[in-house]
Each structure stands twice: as structure tokens, then as C-alpha cells.
Design a protein around this ligand. Structure first.
Ligand code: SF4
Length: 247
């Protein structure tokens, strides 16, 4: 069967093969098991999300914990503790903490800018960004703060996964997701827009629920070079596999 004819079948494969996630997959919020987050936990979670960009996730969360809990001594007001450092010192790494939250200087610099906005607009409490508003509004607010579209989606997804908020959301079409969806549907990596279209055909308006499966598949099996198609659970539905490998 042509894969385009049955996106629901691909969806079912993805849902049936969801990788297990431990409670602390989302640090600080996951262990709460749906109970409302306290201010410190919410702020540290958001700080980790801010720097979870083109960096190994394990390192992201470890570095965030070291920074917030060890270097800053787990302050009540994380964002104010960050902006206590003069902007010029933060951005030239001359601050007394002597650390960088990201090897991309721009990402490290942006943390200070976002911390200032959260302090000014939300009283330094990340929960006020998402409390009592829709997932769409939360996404809009995060993008406006400067997290960027992918990281904002991932953050909202984390909030949904940890039941801090409820609602529907599209997946984040990062490079792994675009590669897997593109190969399955079109035989090659696709644009963000096309990935959203394919995802929406599988789960209209709520494709976030496929995000983790796609991300893990792209990271570990459907890699950019030498995808492991023969051990991939999607190979019977995959156009790349059928076309290029003559399955
Ligand atoms: S069959 Fe191959 S190309 Fe298709 S999704 Fe799986 S690993 Fe990727």
C-alpha cells in the first residue's frame, strides 16, 4: 500500500512503539506526577528548556542543575539571581559565576534577556507564563520571550507530558522529526511545513503525542547517515526504504 494512503497506520506504529520515559525525563516537573509545580521547580525547568538547543540533553539538564542549585544556591528568584549580574558581565563571561550555560554564545546571552523579561512581565515566576491560559497562548508567550519556535514547542510539550497544563499541540519539527517523517512519506527529509502537514494527517491538531517516538527514532535508528532500516519498525510503511533499498 502507498504510505500516503494510510497515515493512521504510521501513527499506530509510532504510538505502539513509544519509548518508555522515566519520571525524571522532564527534570523537576516529571517527579511531581501532575501535582502543581512550586516556583523554584518551574523556573529551573524553564531554564533547562531555554538551553536545550543543539546540545546533548543529558548535559543540558545536568549543567542547569549545577548552575541553579550549586552555583546560585537554588534561589527563590532564579531570574533575578541571573539578572543581578550586569548584562555586560554576563555576556562577556566576566561574571563572578564564571560559567557559560551554552557553548553557543548567543544562546547563553539570551538567557539573561529572557530572565529580565520573565522578571518584568511575570514577576519572576515561570508558572505565570502558562497558568490559566491555553496551550496556544503559552506557546505564543514563550516565543515572545525569545525561546524560539522549536524550544517553545518542546517546553509546552514538556508541560503537557508532566500534566502541568492540558491541551493539544503540534510536534516540534526539528531535524530528527523532519528526517523521519520525510523519509517515510516522501523518501527524503522534508521542510518544517511539510513535516507539520504529514504529522497533522496522522493526528490532526495534536501531533505532539508522536513527537517523542519520532525524535528517538531519528536519533537512534533513522540517522542522517546509514539509517538502520532493516531493524526499523516503520520500514513496511517507509517510502525511502521501499524506493532506495528495494525492500
Ligand atoms: S525504514 Fe529506514 S528510512 Fe524509513 S524511517 Fe526507518 S530507518 Fe528511517
Amino acid at each position: 500500500m502507498n504510505v500516503h494512503d494510510n497515515p493512521q497506520r504510521i501513527r499506530d506504529f509510532l504510538l505502539d512503539n513509544q519509548p518508555e520515559r522515566s519520571r525524571d525525563f522532564w527534570p523537576w516537573l516529571g517527579p511531581l506526577e501532575g501535582n502543581p509545580a512550586d516556583k523554584k521547580s518551574a523556573n529551573k525547568f524553564l531554564l533547562g528548556c531555554m538551553v536545550d538547543f543543539r546540545k546533548n540533553s543529558d548535559l543540558v539538564w545536568r549543567d542547569t542543575q549545577v548552575f541553579a542549585e550549586d552555583k546560585l544556591c537554588d534561589p527563590d528568584s532564579l531570574w533575578e539571581a541571573i539578572t543581578d549580574t550586569p548584562e555586560i558581565e554576563w555576556k562577556t563571561r566576566r561574571h563572578k559565576l564564571r560559567c557559560s550555560l551554552h557553548y553557543y554564545q548567543r544562546r547563553h546571552d539570551k538567557v539573561w534577556d529572557m530572565a529580565k523579561r520573565i522578571t518584568e512581565q511575570y514577576g519572576g515566576d515561570a508558572r505565570k507564563i502558562w497558568g490559566g491560559v491555553s496551550t496556544e497562548e503559552t506557546l505564543t508567550r514563550l516565543v515572545r520571550l525569545g525561546l524560539g519556535p522549536w524550544v517553545s514547542r518542546m517546553t509546552v510539550g514538556g508541560l503537557i507530558d508532566t500534566r502541568q497544563i492540558s491541551g493539544r499541540m503540534d510536534l516540534k519539527a526539528d531535524t530528527h522529526v523532519r528526517r523521519v517523517l520525510g523519509r517515510v512519506f516522501d523518501g527524503e527529509k522534508v521542510s518544517e511545513q511539510t513535516a507539520f502537514r504529514h504529522a497533522d494527517a496522522m493526528v490532526p491538531g495534536d501531533s505532539w503525542q508522536l513527537d517523542h517516538s519520532l525524535y528517538i527514532l531519528g536519533q537512534s535508528v533513522c540517522t542522517a547517515n546509514k539509517p538502520k532500516c532493516h531493524s526499523c519498525y516503520l520500514n513496511v510503511e517507509c517510502r525511502y526504504f521501499q524506493r532506495d533499498l528495494g525492500a
